[in-house]
Write a protein that binds this ligand. Structure first.
Ligand SMILES: [Ca+2]
Ligand SMILES: [Ca+2]
Ligand SMILES: [Ca+2]
Length: 500
């Protein structure tokens, strides 16, 4: 035990020594300390100097500048600016990249607009050349965070989208979590059920053909499914019900990826946008008239977020978390900050690392992306009795990367539900329950979907402000590191949106 502890301490010490040695070459290019100069092949993300948001304060300043704007209109404007910044920088080195590609130093070049830069896979020689290219400012090593829980199999296109069985008057029952989050009161009193909102479930483990999910799945109307063509010309073939950015395919079907008998992505989707459990009139989702869309992309957050924005996403739920991302945290944060300015509400559960075999110390109990300030709602949770389960990760977190130097940041932001939550089984019934902050994020996404359904042009930071004012203080008095600003319920949040 002691030996292990000493080894861990040494390991942490080593890691911290290495990470402090940020490399600065003559051109003042910042290179991720996890770069291995001897590696034959590395996948990297390259930033150009000119980023839309600059340092740590820029996000809040920009948000303030945009106050009062309508979300839909702002999205178009910010997207257009981001794309124009990206094209200007990329076009300057485009020819150079092509010749590097021809000499096999670089493969898989993907230009990004959500940050001004590109991803590619490079040889050692290629890496050195990229450092010298015009405008290149930072190079991050793209670790492949191991959140992909399996390999998606063949595509699953639903031949017809079944008509929704959900109707407010026909609801016969609902599980305790739907009641505790006060969704039925929103449906009944305001007639708001999530209509007109699109909720991304960035996860793995999907089985799309169960009734409560098939009835509300998104379809990209510009795309014809299963014909092997990119009909809408967005660069993705058959991205009809969603897309798998890790495989570069429309394979979304991963029914074997299970936690016990639960399919992970399905659990999350059903809490947000499930209709009635199969063959019943039991309402199981918070926003049963919203749409949801599955996305897989453990190591391709840029493309996934760009795609989601183009499809008109309103919420983006990420029930995963990455430890030890190092400098790559900076990249994730910038992607999600820019994405938030495009009007998407990003949400991630707090993680389950406060207790047990995978326990981690504060300030790394909450990890990426739920540790991102302002642009991501980090959501912890409680059980039916209102008590926080021992596993639920706590804040604060620490930001001291090369780019973001906030120091200590208050997290989590809010609490919903995370303990013994009734969950959809592989047939679409609520025969199971599950625990974990994988479930707290989707509860928040469902609530935000209702809020945006009530007032579609609310900005993400206005949503957060309303949640701050309508959350119920729980745990220690005032803000606390277990439940954030408190327990959020759909009724008080939507009421506040409507000015009631
Ligand atoms: Ca397409
Ligand atoms: Ca197609
Ligand atoms: Ca409190």
């Amino acid at each position: 035990m002691m030996k292990t502890l000493i080894l861990i301490i040494i390991a942490i010490f080593l890691v911290s020594c290495v990470s402090k040695k940020s490399v600065i070459n003559e051109k003042k290019i910042r290179i991720d300390p996890s770069h291995n100069p001897n590696a034959n092949s590395q996948t990297i993300v390259v930033w150009f100097e000119d980023q839309y948001l600059k340092n740590g304060d820029s996000f809040l300043k920009k948000a303030e500048e945009f106050n009062g704007r309508a979300r839909g209109e702002l999205r178009k404007e910010v997207m257009s600016t981001l794309k124009s910044i990206s094209n200007t920088s990329f076009n300057k080195i485009k020819n150079k990249l092509s010749s590097l590609q021809n000499s096999d130093q670089i493969t898989d070049i993907k230009q990004h607009w959500i940050i001004n830069g590109f991803s590619c896979t490079v040889t050692g020689e290629g890496f050195k050349t990229i450092e010298t290219l015009e405008g290149v400012a930072k190079i991050f090593i793209k670790q492949s965070p191991s959140i992909s829980r399996g390999t998606a199999m063949g595509p699953e296109f639903l031949e017809t989208i079944p008509a929704s069985r959900f109707d407010i008057k026909g609801v016969e029952s609902y599980p305790w979590n739907i009641e505790k989050i006060r969704a039925p009161e929103v449906w009944n009193e305001f007639g708001i059920t999530g209509k007109g909102t699109l909720n991304v479930v960035h996860d793995s483990g999907f089985k799309l053909d169960i009734p409560p999910l098939a009835e509300t799945i998104y379809t990209n109307d510009g795309e014809i499914p299963g014909n092997g063509l990119d009909d809408d010309g967005n660069g993705y073939i058959d991205d009809y019900h969603g897309y798998n950015f890790d495989q570069g395919s429309s394979n979304l079907n991963e029914p074997t990826i299970r936690r016990a008998t639960n399919i992970h992505g399905n659990l999350c989707a059903a809490i947000i946008a499930g209709t009635f459990a199969t063959n019943t009139k039991q309402a199981i989702g918070i926003a049963p008239d919203s749409k949801w869309v599955p996305v897989i992309g453990a190591s391709n957050i840029e493309e996934a977020v760009e795609w989601a924005i183009e499809q008109g996403a309103d919420t983006y739920s990420m029930s995963f978390s990455h430890p030890n991302l190092g400098e790559l945290r900076t990249h994730w944060r910038k992607v999600l900050e820019h994405g938030t300015l495009c009007g998407v509400v990003f949400i991630s559960g707090a993680g389950n690392f406060a207790f047990g075999a995978k326990a981690a110390p504060i300030p790394v109990q909450m990890r990426n992306p739920e540790d991102i300030p302002n642009a991501v709602l980090g959501v912890a949770g409680v059980g039916e009795d209102g008590e926080r389960p021992a596993f639920s990760s706590q804040g604060p977190v620490e930001w001291n990367t090369d780019h973001y130097k906030d120091g200590q940041v208050d997290k989590p932001d809010f609490a919903t539900l995370n303990y013994k939550v009734p969950c959809v089984d592989p047939e679409g019934n609520l025969s199971n329950s599950a625990s974990g902050n994988s479930l707290s994020g989707p509860h928040m996404a469902g609530i935000v979907s209702l809020m945006l359904s009530a007032k579609h042009d609310l900005l993400p930071w206005e949503i957060k402000e309303i949640l701050l004012n309508s959350a119920e203080d729980i745990g220690d008095k005032g803000y606390d590191y277990q439940s954030g600003h408190g327990f959020v319920n759909a009724y008080d949040a939507v009421k506040a949106v409507m000015g009631l």
